[in-house]
Design a protein around this ligand. Structure first.
Ligand code: C6P
Length: 406
């Protein structure tokens, strides 16, 4: 069994200088194995997949569809046809809103989301409710970001058609009780869309066990390349949905006035697909499975505990979310009295420490917690205790650099 620290050698960017990368919730870094898999595709099998009858195109198609099978197994889908490759979580969630929401939400219906959602899981549902004259209902968490049973049972009703919920908040780090929310939503006749962008990189996902009707995530947050995302959808729902984007590849037959569409999953994959991205994502999945989610979770929880314990010694720092480091999924959002989060990020960057500052595409949540913006450190399994020590040392200097007393 490899030591968790043995994997860092695979990430050249992390070993190329003195940078401390603590913005993994925005995007992760990539191991050489993923970069090599993408390069290998272009060096040995680069052709337009699904269309050609010649060896290279057949090889490209095989690599693409093999990647789909890897993704299906990774998240426990019933069949690979339930896996739609998109560009990212945002596109996946928009696909559900446009192709399922507009056809199934009617005037007077309700769509339930939480105030913690990322804009990618708010704006599509605002669009659906505006176009269909339906009502958008917000679940509100407690101070630690927990959505209570009373809260979701009071707001998910017989009028609810869709529940769209983040699995893990990109700000609070909290893991929502998705399995319980799904069960209750189904008892009320609603379907559930789960935004898995911040959970899939950090924990074992089984969409059938969760009971999710749709599940969305991005390759770039879990060691994969940018530009490849996944939408899982229950086959019987996908089969009855209109296409989202139309054009090449997703058709059976086209006349001047009409068209019939391809079978799943190709009905939802218009144009030339991101085959190299899918191949890179499949390699990223194999890499994560080799590391193991138990080891990933243990390392993240150890580092988050060190981080939060060190930050708690600085009285002018406020941490959002749970006080329990085990309930942060590696995400620690904070403010420093008297210092704008953008200045926190800039001062830390002067010391080569990379964190996110701003609203994190979660402005309703910022309004809910009474902040315009916050700073956020987000860890992954390849970060180290030494990096946490460096972060804490530099963080302790920020106020001084900004002209405040230590
Ligand atoms: C919960 C959640 N849901 C959807 C998205 C969108 O993922 P895309 O791959 O950009 O489509 C994200 C991406 N959040 C990044 C960029 S704002 C962050 O720094 O927190 C997310 O965290």
């Amino acid at each position: 069994m490899a030591n968790i620290g043995d994997y860092r050698k695979d990430f050249d960017i992390l070993n190329s200088g003195d940078y401390v990368y603590f913005d993994n919730a925005a995007t992760s870094q990539r191991p050489n194995q993923v970069l090599d898999a993408i390069s290998n595709f272009y060096r040995t099998a680069n052709a337009n997949p699904l269309r050609g009858l010649y060896d290279w195109s057949i090889a490209a198609t095989d690599m693409y569809e093999d990647s789909r099978r890897v993704v299906a197994d990774f998240i426990g889908a019933a069949t690979p046809e339930e896996i739609i490759f998109t560009r990212n979580t945002s596109e996946s969630l928009n696909l559900v809103a446009y192709s399922y929401g507009l056809d199934n939400v009617s005037e007077g219906d309700e769509v339930v989301i939480s105030v913690m959602e990322h804009h990618s899981n708010i704006l599509p549902w605002q669009m659906v409710c505006r176009k269909k004259n339906a009502k958008l209902v917000y679940l509100e968490p407690d101070e630690e970001g927990v959505i209570s049973k009373e809260e979701y049972e009071s707001k998910i009703t017989d009028r609810t058609k869709v529940v769209a919920i983040g699995h893990v908040s990109n700000v609070m780090g909290v893991t929502n009780p998705v399995k319980e929310i799904v069960a209750y939503a189904k008892s009320k006749g609603a379907i559930v869309v789960v935004d898995g962008a911040q959970s899939t990189p950090h924990m074992k996902i089984n969409v059938q066990d969760l009971g999710a009707d749709f599940f969305a995530f991005s390759g770039h947050k879990m060691l994969g390349p940018m530009g490849i995302g996944v939408l899982y959808g229950r086959k019987e729902l996908l089969e009855n949905m209109s296409p989202f984007l139309t054009g090449g590849e997703m058709i059976e037959y086209v006349t001047r006035t009409d068209a019939t569409y391809a079978e799943l999953p190709h009905k939802f994959e218009a144009g030339t697909v991101n085959a190299s991205g899918a191949v890179g994502l499949a390699e990223a999945i194999r890499y994560l499975q080799n590391v193991g989610f138990e080891a990933i979770e243990a390392q993240e929880q150890k580092l988050t505990a060190l981080l939060m314990e060190g930050m708690s010694k600085l009285p002018y720092i406020k941490i959002y979310g749970s006080k329990d480091p085990k309930k942060h999924c590696g995400i620690v959002t904070f403010t420093i009295d008297g210092v704008h989060p953008h200045d926190i990020s800039s001062v830390l960057n002067d010391d080569h420490v990379c964190i996110r500052a701003g609203h994190h595409c979660a402005q309703p949540l910022m309004q809910f917690i009474g902040e315009g913006s916050t700073a956020r450190a987000s860890l992954y399994f390849y970060n180290t205790e030494e990096e946490v020590k460096i972060f804490l040392e530099k963080l302790a200097k920020v106020r001084e650099v900004m002209g405040y007393g230590a």
